[in-house]
Design a protein around this ligand. Sequence first.
Ligand code: ZN
Length: 453
Amino acid sequence: MVGRDGERVASSSLKAITEYLGVDLGDKHHTADADAEAAAMVMENLIAGAIEKGWSAGAIDRETRTEFVEKRRKDFEDKVSKFEEEKEQYLKQVAEQGGSDSLSSGRNASDKKIYKYGQKSDDGKELRKTQSDWLKGLSSKQIANLVVPESENQHMNMLLDDYLPNGDNEAAGFVEALKKNLLERLGKSPWSRGDYSPEAIERMREVVEASLNSSPKLKWAFENFGAPSFVMMTKAGADAYENQPHVRAKKEQLMSARSMKNEPFVMALQMADMDLIVFNRKQVVDQLTNDPDFEKSPLVSDANHTVRPGRANIDVSSSATLSHEYGHWLHMKAMRESERTGSSVTGARFGREQITESRMPRVVSVAEKYNSKDMDEMMGNAYRSSIPMDRTPGIPRTLTSYAHTNGREMLAEGLSAFFHPSENVQKNAINETLRRDILELLGLEPDDAPWEK
Ligand SMILES: [Zn+2]
């Protein structure tokens, strides 16, 4: 959509967004404008790409977003009953059609049965990323098999389910436009392209399964909030990432700051717009680490692990890296919720069952609080001045240095400590302020332990 000043402006109208994506839907968009949820999800992607597309920073700053959220909430409330009605109709229609890729198979029912993405589980649930609790009731192995796609095409289908959970078969052109946009993004960031060799898939599944087995809390989170796709980066992708000038500069800075002999590498990345976490082969296959004090990066964290103050990270294991990146993913998922619908929408997607309507505004506000990519002066000063972390009430802290980089890293490191199998780490590596915010993000009271059930 072209604004009054002749610039393209963000719009929540599906038609406008589709025009922005460069595809004409013809007359197929007629019901789509009313579908606030589908439109807002595309919006999330546009916001994720806003900087790259050269939009002004105003398009993504907090005030603009708050206005957007307010407007969205009102629009949504106006449309919610209509939407619910349409959704019912749509689901009925899908049920009648039997779902196009559901390969239901009632044979060999057992806990260990491995499902493929899109199949129906034995209790008749379609295993697709259309609700945040789509992994509920599954074993670690079953989850690992579902969240590690076997091909880019499968990843793309999962992504479309994530963005368009209600289908949208009427607007086929729209799905194509979104798919084209996402493929272009993959092309621009080769580090988000997966290595789909059998070895890479097997290794990634092993990492996910072992991480979930090591932490009942993490497994509980996967079952209640869902999970992104996990892939291993290709070598070319990892090289391309690390050869970007800003990454090179950061690496050199790190090497001198920590007097490292070997070049540091990116262990893993979370990409909210791709609903994806990618791991570097150097960590999950070669077991290298950026911490000169550790010889190798183990698959899972030790249940007796302790964190010495001043370390860079909570832990160097693949499972700790996974829970850190998963922490970023949870955070961005909550942010997407605030972009999509405002706080009144009761966590229809973020922690659908776990987050009640009354808790949703707190979830969004914690997500907003930590949504900073800039150095946080207060956190940084508190860390540098070596004030013990229990003496800085109101300032989120960890024992480690990396968390103090910015709000996003603080929350991710905090969640990595929260999900860590070691009780010592859970209790002592983060302060009360950070712990309270994490509990609120996850819709928990201090004494809740639903993972123990
Ligand atoms: Zn991080």
